[in-house]
Design a protein around this ligand. Sequence first.
Ligand code: HEC
Length: 723
Amino acid sequence: MHHFLKQNPIAFLFFALLFLMITSCKSSLSGDVEWPAVGGGKQNLHYSPLEQIDTTNVATLSPTWTYETGDADTVNHSQIQCNPLIIDGTLYGVTPKLKLFALDAATGINKWTFDPYDTTQGNVNIPEAFNNCRGIAYWSGGNEKRIIYTAGSNLISIDAFSGKPDTAFANKGRLDLHEGLDRDVKDLFVDATSAGMVWKDLIIIGSRVDEGPDAAPGHIRAFNVRTGKREWIFHTIPQPGEPGQETWDDPNAWKRIGGANNWSGMSLDEQRGILFVPTGSSSFDFYGGKRKGSGLYANCLLALNVNTGKLIWHFQSVHHDVWDRDFPSPPMMVTVLREGKKVDAVAQTSKTGFIFLFDRETGKPLYPIEEKPVPMDTKLVGEKLSPTQPIPLKPAPLVRQALPESELNDLVPDSSYQKIHRQWASSRKDHMFAPPSTEGTIIFPGFDGGAEWGGPAFDPATGLMYVNTSQMPWILTMLERAQAPEKEDYGKAGQRLYKQYCMACHGPDRKGSGNYPAIDTAAKKYNESSLSQLIAGGRRMMPGFKQLKAVEKTAIMAYILGKTEMNEVRFPPQPVDSFHSLPYTMTGYNKFLTPEGYPAVKPPWGNLNAVDLNTGELSWKVTLGEYPEFAAKGIQTGTENYGGPVVTAGGILFIAATRDGKIRAFNKRTGKLLWSYDLPAPGYATPSVYSVKGRQYLVIACGGGKLRTKSGGKYMAFALPSK
Ligand code: HEC
């Protein structure tokens, strides 16, 4: 210690205090509270210490500025899912077309915009791809500041002051996410929907990959923020000699199987240097005959050493997943009371409506998790299911996990009820983990949860964890896949290949499925060139299909565009890839709906849940969202919802997320609704809460588009009326 300080305890105290103030990272030097990372911080608590907006005045909350990105595409149902960052009085976000922008966070006035696809801005020419971007990352070092985000397959580093690419990073500011995966994946689909995690000079990133048989592996990579050099990799599908490889029956699985990717984001315990990474299923999602075994590290919560990428512990939530039960949201760093002691824990939500809680250091569950027997009687040839699945005994599941007859939607006319009843009766529905089947298996909780990508919030003051959930049943129907006959014309080949590559989303008759659009009239909108570009590059939730051979693509396009003249032309036989041509495909991501379009299950269809993590008990639960036609009759149904909540020290829980397009404020202790506002388009995103010059703001991206709702291009900020 410095001599002067040793002699002067008062000065020492002063400097110690100053040090504490400077290093406490939540507030900037101005005293304002920032939103420096997705989820409010690297712990992902969705929490703000601000208390200017509180339970007594929130009713007067009003719009204060609106930023129109000008990028909404109502024809193509564009979306904005971004949770914007606020750093040093500047707000950073993305538009529906993935332009990155900086605004004065107090006024919404634009400072700069960066367009990744505008080559006149000195950009590398890359094909346009409008993936969903749920967040962006911020790095600073010395006087430098960067925003790092993903557009298509490119991780892009932008100078936060000028909005220009950092040309020292990778290839003139862009890093191709196909690179550095220790496998040749140049023809496979790779992008990223979630922000990377910044730690020192590392940007650590997961990926979104194909859900079909031709998928890139979801390895976790850390790149140097300044150069783009890969610093470490964690193989989520272990390679020879790495632990976990024995969980794959086929020792060559790592060369050919993809998925096991982290698409949902990560959290960091900065003090311990532990990175928490949830992963999704391996591919193909719904048939596991070519990927037998429990398949580590798919469907896992991974605790990695953030400096090296080495595994500390893991927990697998679904063994040999054939239901697409990815971990859907970033975990949270929480502190809870267990037997009178404070325990630093990690909390993870699931699509099945469970909350898993572990000791951060050891991975020991805070509540018992039991391996319970599940049905194994699959009729799909070559499939082998896991005999058990892990079930936490506490907290209780937040959603219903079965669809008995008594839960069928009876709010509809008899004729509709009979229709859903018939479909229900002919489907498998005996268990949450009932095997996929050709007659149809009810998936409830559904493919989109339970809990979803918005992620939960945690209030350190009350120990309450807030999770928004949807309750929508889906039906998974497997289909034997036709193999290529010896002789075939383009017309037939087009249909066959459509079933192999496209039907899973666009349905058997091209009429769409679930949240995926109909394309039976695509010929009106697309010509060969625009369709070819879409198929190669993908858009938002549609992956690209670069792996298609030119003739295969021509055949699919002839089918989609109705080019009957190709019907008579002989299709050249293609070599069969016996590994990737699976015996089964599925007919689409089909929601189980009434003819009117309501969920086939009784309400509630959407909820907000508050769980006391100290006791594991539900503290309160309310419906989230309305259908006006039911609300008018006094029936609160809730709606499907996407996007997460934010909780504040002012006693408020803010959330949009619902299809009715409102943003709401609830009393965080009771769940009482205190305020709501009709957004210009639904806010399928998580709001951010921050202050500038002492004034508290709430901001939300109003991108709409999902659930076939209206698209929008605005970010809206709210504040208390100025006095
Ligand atoms: C994983 C799901 C998925 C698969 C598989 C998929 N698509 Fe799509 N597709 C989508 C989504 C989602 C959209 C809407 C994209 C958007 O948000 O603009 C879309 C959009 C389209 C559109 C444009 C629709 C419009 O109205 O503009 C066409 C055409 C299309 N897909 C063709 C295909 C073809 C051909 C294949 C197979 C080679 C395919 N898709 C495979 C999900 C999928």
